[in-house]
Structure formats: structure tokens, C-alpha cells
Design a protein around this ligand. Sequence first.
Ligand code: F6R
Ligand code: MG
Ligand code: MG
Length: 380
Amino acid sequence: MSRKVTLSVIKADVGGLAGHHIVHPDLLATATRVLAEGRERGVIEDFYVTHVGDDLELIMTHYKGVDNSEVHGLAWEAFVEATKVAKSLGLYGAGQDLLADSFSGNVRGLGPGVAEMEFIERPSEPVVVFMADKTEPGAFNLPFYRIFADPFNTAGLVIDPKLHHGFRFEVMDLYESLVYELNTPEEAYDLLALIGSPYRYTVKRVYRRLDGEIAAVVSSERLSLIAGRYVGKDDPVAIVRAQAGFPALGEILEPFATPHLVAGWMRGSFVGPLMPVSQRDAKTTRFDGPPRIIALGFNIKDGKLVGPSDLFDDPAFDEARRTANIIADYMRRHGPFMPHRLGPEEMEYTTLPEVLKKLSGRARKLEEKKSAPQSKEAHE
Ligand code: F6R
Ligand code: MG
Ligand code: MG
């Protein structure tokens, strides 16, 4: 079949049980009902509903392309219906990510996060869907560099002729709304100069240079910039295609064996380790975290989702979780101090303007006692 299939992952936080930590099962059931009706009507081919932390995640396949208004409209309907249930149960933050009262064309800019890609299905089409809570899109910069550009992670870059040409990274400047395209390995240092600042520059898409095939996509609708004020870190999702000319499944998962530091955690204002967890442990408890990520592996066959496999539900990631707990302990000991706490411009919550206002009358000029200038010659 040479029709292009689209995989769309659309997510929103429309209410948490007992705080910002998990999605109530009735919300999952409601979203499932809406998407099942959408599948009946032929809007989508197939779907899988899940959650990570307080984020409701809709994984959908269809033949309508990216940014399709019917598919986005269906996702919006699922979030609106789930919000009604969240309100009726008194869940916390009901409807918090739905920033508009009505749907208009697609969900971009309305609050939900989106990662979508369209491709011709291979005879076997393995994909990994990553979903994270209490962090932001830049959290994928480091692992994606390692997956697609670091031969110490991805052996295929060195020994597989199909990967040996390298990958092209599309990088977004979230502050200026600019997009850069950089080829690895030649421009690896330029790429790192940008994406080493993950709060501003985020990897949006990755393409295989051999034939321009799309390899990966990350959601990057930053809520703070959309809403014009800080309304929450945009807990990100990403899709990566695996095997046969793309990185192998194990090369895609390998970077998560090192729980790197990401922005988010408590009140979107702290730095902490990204802990890879099973679906079962996808709840954010300790200090509203630590930031967590799940990975679900699917095959797409004739537009249908086969699976998933809960990829971090594996003792191979036990050490990563233990390391993340040790890092979390260490970081927490810094309390409200940077670099555990984010810098003032990145914090989701701050009292600094009020504190400075309150203290303004009490501030006095700093009088520095300067030593009397001495002539240079006196030293010579
Ligand atoms: C972070 C997050 C939580 C909340 C925190 C305070 O993205 O969602 O850490 O910021 O629980 O929430 P409020 O202010 O709603 O009590
Ligand atoms: Mg939340
Ligand atoms: Mg969340």
C-alpha cells in the first residue's frame, strides 16, 4: 500500500486526581469512547489512549495527513468530554490545558501538545511513542542527539550503510519562532551549540539523509508562549521510527539509561532527572515528580496499531531509576537554590516582583569603599 499513513499523538492535561499527578480512569474511558466513535465514523483508523502523570495521551492513526482538522477536532472533542467528567468529579485543574472555548481548525495554539508524522508504511513499521510529564520539549534534545548523531550510542551510524550518511535535524528557536536545519555529522558542533540550550532551542524533527525519510518528531507547542503568560510547562511527546535504516529499538532506548537533568518538576520551576518508568509507574508523586517518561512500542500494519509493548517496564532500566532517585535526593537538598531551582526567566511560579516591590523602600545604595588610586610607577 503506497498511501501515506499518519501517526498523531495529541495530549493535554484536563485534570488530575488528588493533584497534578495522575489521570482518573473515567477520563481515560471517556477519551476512549470519543475516539472509538471517531473510528466508527472513519475519522481515524485506530487509536490507543493512555496517560503519563496528569497528561491524557491520544495516539491515533489515520490517512488524513498532519494538522488535519477532523482528526484534531476529534482529539479536541475527547479533551472537552474528559474535562466535563473531570469537572463532575471535582478533579484538580479540570480543563487546564484547553486555552480556547471553541475549536478552530487544529489544536495548535489552543493548548494541547502535538507530535505527528506522515509516511509510507514499510512492510514492518516499528515506532516508539515517548510521553513525558513535568518537563518540556527540550528534554528530548540530549537523547535525540545521542540517538541520531552519537556513534557511541548508535552503533548503526558507524556500521550500517543506511545510517552512515547521517541525519538532518530541524531545530526550533522557541523565542524567535525560527527554524534551523543542520546536517550531522558535519554540523554536529553547530547543532550542539544550539540544542545545548534546551529551554530555547528544541529539536522538532529528524530526517534520514539517505532519502529524506522522516525519522522522528517532537511536540513543541510551548504553553507559556502561546498563552502569553506562563501557564505550564508543555509536557512533551515524541515519535521515533525504528529499525531497517533507522536506529534500532535498543539504540532509541539507550540514552534513557542515563537520567539526564531536565527543566520542570515542582511548579515547572526546578531541574531534576528524567526517570524512565513503566506505564504502571507513570505518576508524579515525589515533589510532583521526578519528571517521568514512558515509551510505548507499536507496529503499524495497514494503518492499525499493533501493541503496545511497555518498553521501560524492564529490569534493564532499574539502574537508571535508582540513579534518578540518587540524583533527585541530591538535587532536592538544594531546596530553593539554583541550579536546582530554575533561573527567574524560566520559572513557572515566582514571587520575585512582589518581593522586590515590597522591599524597594528599604533598599539603599551600595557604598563600596574603594582603595585610593596608586600610580603605576609606585609598583615598579
Ligand atoms: C508542574 C505541576 C505541578 C504544580 C504544583 C502546584 O507542571 O503541574 O507541580 O505546579 O502542584 O500546583 P497548584 O499551583 O495548582 O496548586
Ligand atoms: Mg498539570
Ligand atoms: Mg503534566
